[in-house]
Write a protein that binds this ligand. Structure first.
Ligand SMILES: [Zn+2]
Length: 93
């Protein structure tokens, strides 16, 4: 079982390696979308989009993938809109 700190470390590595794609099916993100971070049934950390959400059995992180540059007003608005509409209720906490 990964503790929170360790999980976040692994997750950021996974996100770095899969910066614009789903780490499970490797499909590129073509538009802004919601992301889900957590562990699959094998205990591997993944950062996925809705396509592979069901593979995450231990949901730990909700994120967004944005296409606009961060640290700009447009980018922040896009990120906020995505976060506000994040389907978190689909989690299995
Ligand atoms: Zn996927």
């Amino acid at each position: 079982m990964l503790n929170k700190t360790k999980f976040e470390k692994v997750l950021s590595r996974v996100i770095n390696k899969n910066s614009a794609r789903c780490s499970k099916c490797k499909r590129m993100f073509t538009q802004p979308c919601h992301t889900f971070g957590g562990l699959d049934a094998e205990g591997k950390v993944h950062n996925v989009a809705l396509c592979c959400r069901d593979y995450i059995v231990d949901m730990r992180h909700y994120g967004v993938y944005t296409t606009l540059p961060v640290n700009t007003a447009e980018g922040e608005r896009q990120a906020k809109e995505l976060l506000d509409s994040h389907p978190k209720d689909a989690s299995r906490y």
